[in-house]
Ligand binder design. Structure first.
Ligand SMILES: Cc1cc2nc3c(=O)[nH]c(=O)nc-3n(C[C@H](O)[C@H](O)[C@H](O)COP(=O)(O)OP(=O)(O)OC[C@H]3O[C@@H](n4cnc5c(N)ncnc54)[C@H](O)[C@@H]3O)c2cc1C
Length: 291
């Protein structure tokens, strides 16, 4: 399959890309790694008149350590971030999640910002941005705004980005000390999109009581979702199998899965609860609970 005819513009910088988006208006679309956009054009599901290519901007791969987390330039390829020692040390759950994205050949082209902007609810990175309280920096020709990840995802493959805006960087926050993490997903084959997934970060005090919890789910609603009621059930509690099972049941409050050719919505509902128990088990264990 070949894409429909389009005009091609290569941006040297994010500012240049913003100028091009402002000039071409609704006809233009950002081309990052092309791992989703080009297949969509081939299938005639997208027909942009102009592609603004940001894959050649100067210093496209950039990871910067900040006091409260790690800032990733949106144009960074997924494989670069996966292999970054600072990510492995300070945000191991992000490192783990990226390894579940497709195959390394695709991660060598696909970008962090492309995956998040594409907002597929079954993708790993949108869920990671909720789990790690990420802040998104968004630029247009005229302004820069910073928003929390929760304000970004509207519905299936739809975000709060305006047509002339670019996601330029993502600040993933580092969880507090004494935190542990877990990430689990099910897919039909290694490298396939997840059928459902769950991730957790739990923080414990010196007595083993949970002081903070984050649970983010993928593939079970029109957007990635945080299970805040399940999180609240953990606060002030010590590890027990019963606690984890009861908390995981509360993810049912926020999931709204669909059936597709692969599995039924009932399967997704059921498996995400099991995956949440496993993610929490790992979280408590890594935070120091000995069992
Ligand atoms: C076989 C296959 C398997 C895959 N499996 C998985 C998987 O398991 N998990 C997963 O998460 N993904 C998977 N993907 C998708 C892959 O991760 C893509 O790389 C990613 O979704 C899109 O990133 P990209 O850089 O290629 O974006 P592109 O395809 O270039 O762009 C995607 C969309 O985002 C917009 N966009 C891109 N960058 C920006 C930006 N900085 N600001 C604003 N808008 C922007 C584009 O205009 C376009 O609408 C798979 C892809 C393939 C081909």
């Amino acid at each position: 399959m070949k894409p429909p005819v389009f005009d091609y513009q290569r941006a040297d910088s994010i500012a240049h890309a913003c100028d091009l988006l402002a000039a071409f208006g609704d006809d233009a679309k950002i081309l990052a790694g092309g791992q989703t956009l080009i297949p969509m054009m081939n299938f005639r599901l997208a027909r942009p008149q102009v592609l603004v290519d940001i894959s050649n901007i100067t210093d496209r791969n950039q990871v910067t350590e900040e006091s409260d987390g790690i800032r990733v330039r949106a144009t960074s390829i997924q494989r670069f971030v996966e292999q970054c020692p600072a990510i492995q040390r300070r945000l191991p759950v992000l490192h783990k999640a990226i390894q579940h994205i497709a195959h390394f050949q695709i991660r060598n082209k696909g970008t962090i910002g492309g995956s998040i902007s594409n907002a597929d609810p079954a993708s790993e990175l949108p869920a990671m941005s909720l789990l790690l309280d990420a802040e998104f920096t968004i630029n247009s020709k005229t302004e820069e705004r910073v928003i929390p990840a929760e304000e970004f995802f509207i519905t299936y493959m739809t975000t709060s980005l305006a047509l002339d805006e670019i996601l330029s960087s993502i600040l993933f926050k580092e969880p507090p000390k004494n935190s542990g993490w877990g990430f689990h997903e099910v897919a039909r084959r290694s490298g396939d999109f997840a059928l459902a997934g769950s991730s957790a970060v739990v923080t414990l005090d010196e007595n083993g009581k949970c002081t903070r919890a984050r649970i983010a789910l993928l593939g079970v609603a029109a957007t990635p979702v945080r299970a805040t009621e399940a999180e609240e059930m953990l606060i002030g509690e010590k590890y027990s199998e019963e606690l984890l099972k009861t908390a995981a049941q509360r993810v049912q409050d926020v999931v709204d899965p669909e059936s597709d050719v692969h599995v039924t919505k009932e399967y997704r509902r059921s498996v995400v609860e099991v995956l949440t128990v496993r993610a929490l088990e790992d979280g408590f264990r890594r935070a120091g609970v000995a069992r």
